[in-house]
Design a protein around this ligand. Sequence first.
Ligand SMILES: O=C(O)CCC(=O)C1=CC=C[C@@H](O)[C@@H]1C(=O)O
Ligand SMILES: [Mg+2]
Length: 357
Amino acid sequence: MRASHVTLYRYSIPFTEPVTVKGVRLLQREGIIIGLTSRESSRVAYGEIAPLPGLHRELFQSAEAQLIEVLAKHNFAASGIMQEQLYPSVRTGLEMAMINLETADKGGRSAFSPLSGSAKQVPLNALLFGDTAKIIERAELLFNVGYRTFKLKITAGKTDDALRSLEALHRTFGRQIELRLDANQSLMMDEALDFARSAPAGSIEYIEEPLQDAELIGEFHAKTGLYSALDETLWQKPEMLSHIPVAALKALILKPNRLGGISVALHFARYAQENRLKAVFSSAFESGVSLSFYTMLAASLSTEPAACGLDTFRYLEYDLLESPFGTENGVLDAEALYLGGQKVNEHLLKRTSLWTL
Ligand SMILES: O=C(O)CCC(=O)C1=CC=C[C@@H](O)[C@@H]1C(=O)O
Ligand SMILES: [Mg+2]
């Protein structure tokens, strides 16, 4: 690897409102930024390591300890440690920084090798929360500026709330929008069937992880015609992918820092492409350093990338980038964001160590 030294930083960014992930209530997002300084060009390439409490098994402290162990190895990139069992968040940040370093050394041209064609823009799916009135108000606002894909949560015991919002959205926008739901593995088959049978026909693009038992997704599709998407299952039981009938699926949700790294996410993206499924890049509430990288990944892999799940940037009080990650019109400009993703405002970081390679 062509880095002369590595700088590690910590950050802590307040959430705009408390975010609850699998029962864990979070007030701020904490993570590590790794900066690799190029031996050739002295440019700095960044990567982000940010396990999310509730979602990741590794905690911030253990991720940081493992990262330090990796950096302490002589010539770590060639030492084989990258092939070993690294925490998903650690591997993601190291791979991100190394790919960004390669890009920097190529004068800013992306180092990704596209699977097929690539796109300039990636649409974004907007997250909708709250009661039906708030959801419609927000969806109208976003629709008017250009958003066309929306995502709603659906929770066991409260499927009526989702149904009301779904009906209202369908009444208001009809087929002008695509609507995704996310049940986070909360429903039993009976409740999922009741919900599916009450939903307006043609109103749902897919449901992420509808069932407590993903093995029943084929049966759910056979009984309702509704498509599912896999998110949690991809990291909890990746072997399930070959058991669930692909015809019951519409998309794979790819959160690189939970799945196990950029290379693992690319593996699933390739599987999606081969099986005519959407590859939906999504985030674990990381900063713009990761979000801009994921945007470039999504844009590199398809001429028509699926609307991505990177709307999480709204939940961070501020971004670490000089030009904050985002979009005005629901469409992400991949190249501009990728370049901007490497202009980190170091005043917002706390430097913790420096490693000479
Ligand atoms: O995928 C998206 O549209 C945004 C990200 C998102 O929904 C999530 C991120 C992290 C944790 C989860 O609760 C949630 C999800 O379940 O997909
Ligand atoms: Mg999900």
